[in-house]
Design a protein around this ligand. Structure first.
Ligand SMILES: NC(=O)c1ccc[n+]([C@@H]2O[C@H](COP(=O)([O-])OP(=O)(O)OC[C@H]3O[C@@H](n4cnc5c(N)ncnc54)[C@H](OP(=O)(O)O)[C@@H]3O)[C@@H](O)[C@H]2O)c1
Length: 211
């Protein structure tokens, strides 16, 4: 698939790297090809492409949004026309002071993203764990794979994202429509407090047991 990244820091860079190594055509969307962030991402994988945001998004089937939540409005407004009909994978989380939900749980960040990009097919994914697990999703001592919960309203978009999740080594766990994003964002806050505040291992993930 042709995949563009809006944001290629802790979250975007490892995902872009792994997806390129899996054979996808991956482009970093940037207004500044000489930036430190681009240099670092290319240092990790020199086969990543670089293009201006409108060109990168316009040429993609799937666009990953991996920017700080407060930057989403500026980032998405700049590529609004090019996003029409595209799958937009929202990796962002609105995190407020004291690890509260950044939108005070009135709505999810992904629903806000959908409003900013109304013609995009938003799927929330790759948001519930720290970036360490995006660097390395392997848990070889276990018979089950770590679960990657994701949600969205567009069935075909979710199928495509579920396939990418599986290729990246996770068990895709479709938890429902975009209204579920609020609950995923609270799961993120749970994980962040457990790990970043209370000291649990950053390689802490959830797995699905079902019968
Ligand atoms: N860190 C985690 O463990 C983690 C895990 C899951 C989800 N998330 C969520 O994922 C998102 C990204 O987190 P991160 O840790 O990857 O952040 P990060 O390392 O700071 O990377 C942010 C990326 O966004 C770009 N960016 C920032 N402001 C921008 C703007 N105004 N316009 C265009 N690009 C901009 C940065 O480019 P420059 O470097 O050039 O500024 C960088 O490529 C956040 O919403 C976060 O809540 C984080």
């Amino acid at each position: 698939m042709r995949i563009a990244f809006l944001g290629y820091g802790n979250v975007g860079a490892p995902l872009a790297d792994h997806l390129q190594r899996l054979g996808h055509d991956v482009t970093l969307a940037t207004a500044d090809p000489a930036s430190d962030g681009v240099r670092k991402a290319l240092g990790r994988n020199g086969r990543l492409k670089v293009a201006a945001p409108r060109e990168a998004v316009g040429g993609a089937d799937v666009v990953f949004l991996a920017t700080p939540f407060p930057a989403n409005e500026e980032v998405l407004t700049g590529v609004a026309a090019e996003l029409a009909g595209k799958i937009l994978v929202d990796c962002t989380n609105p995190v407020g002071a004291g690890l509260r939900h950044g939108l005070e749980s009135r709505e999810s960040g992904s629903q806000a993203v959908q409003r900013l990009a109304p013609a995009a097919r938003v799927v929330k994914a790759f948001s519930i764990y720290g970036f360490e697990n995006l660097e390395d999703s392997l848990y070889p001592a276990y018979a089950v794979k770590p679960a990657m919960m994701f949600c969205g309203d567009d069935v075909a978009a979710k199928k495509a994202v579920g396939e990418l999740i599986a290729q990246l080594g996770w068990e895709p766990l479709d938890v429902g429509g975009l209204e579920q994003a609020l609950h995923l964002e609270h799961m993120t806050l749970l994980w962040v407090r457990m790990v970043r505040v209370n000291g649990a291992s950053p390689h802490t993930v959830w797995a699905r047991l079902a019968r």
